[in-house]
Design a protein around this ligand. Sequence first.
Ligand code: HMG
Ligand code: MG
Length: 296
Amino acid sequence: MSFVERLPRQVTVVEVGPRDGLQNEAQPVPTELKVAFIERLADAGFPVIEVTSFVSPKAVPQLADAEEVMRRIARRPGTRYLALVPNERGLERALAAGCDAIALFTAASEAFSQANVRASIEETFGRFRPVAERAQAAGLWIRGYVSTAFHCPYSGPVDPQQVLSMADRLFSLGCHEVALADTIGRATPRDVDRLLALATRAFEPSRLALHFHDTAGLALANVMIGLDYGITVFDASAGGLGGCPFAPGAPGNLATERLLALLEGLGIETGVDREAVAAAVAELREAVPGIGARAC
Ligand code: HMG
Ligand code: MG
């Protein structure tokens, strides 16, 4: 069988621009523009959109309007609207705003965990336990993130065994899917191959997602490795917006338009209209000139 024949026929593209993209914006983006952006992206056909975070507004002021965004978006049937939740306080806010899908996030490196959420990895799981119990009782869909799955901006290369251990703990908490994240966009295809050789033996590939930032321009090459391992869920950010404010050297996420072009070129279905994504980005850029200036 040729390489292309081996690849999955269908892939889920998770659009993270409204969250991972806008959390890193230097200038404030008015709530109504966020709502319009999310609605345009939903119209483009994404099955999943990560729309905001219920984190501390002091830590991420760009997403302080999480409740309003969640309440104001017109929800398309069949679209999953995800929001990040760091602790019980975040879950309460998410539930009150009518969320039915949340993402818990931890890291494979202690130094990044401390910088990102001011807690050790162990403490993040202590926070997650009651969140996951309540979320499951409320019937929410739960994603888990393992940040710094390849490199940490503070402590360097990350041991794949540590990533597997974090993913295992997230699945044990009841996560339906775990996203392995290249937080600073430093992973090479060889790094991805090394991790996935282990991860796809330890877990069902259909329950793993890949979340690439694109600092070195290798994100698409990394996606190709993921596809070859049978991964079918990939995160991307419209316009390549994004980055983590707590990860120095983490500019843009993999741009959704580029990911869609690759998948189209491989004959893989996504159900997403690439031109509609480009139009949504153009509309946002026109309304907020200079947006994405921090992206690569
Ligand atoms: P903390 O500062 O360590 O301690 O927060 P705290 O729990 O004592 O709370 C401090 C203050 O925040 C208190 O307010 C709390 O009430 C408030 P004060 O008494 O000072 O007025 N607070 C909250 N307010 C609203 N909602 C909440 C909440 N929790 C506490 N949920 C915390 C810990 C985790 C909350 C904080 O450090 C935080 O919000 N950090 C932001 C982390 C973040 O959003 N990072 C970016 C997203 S992760 C990412 O980008 C990576 C990813 O893309 C994958 C990848 O690429 O790697 C997913
Ligand atoms: Mg990210």
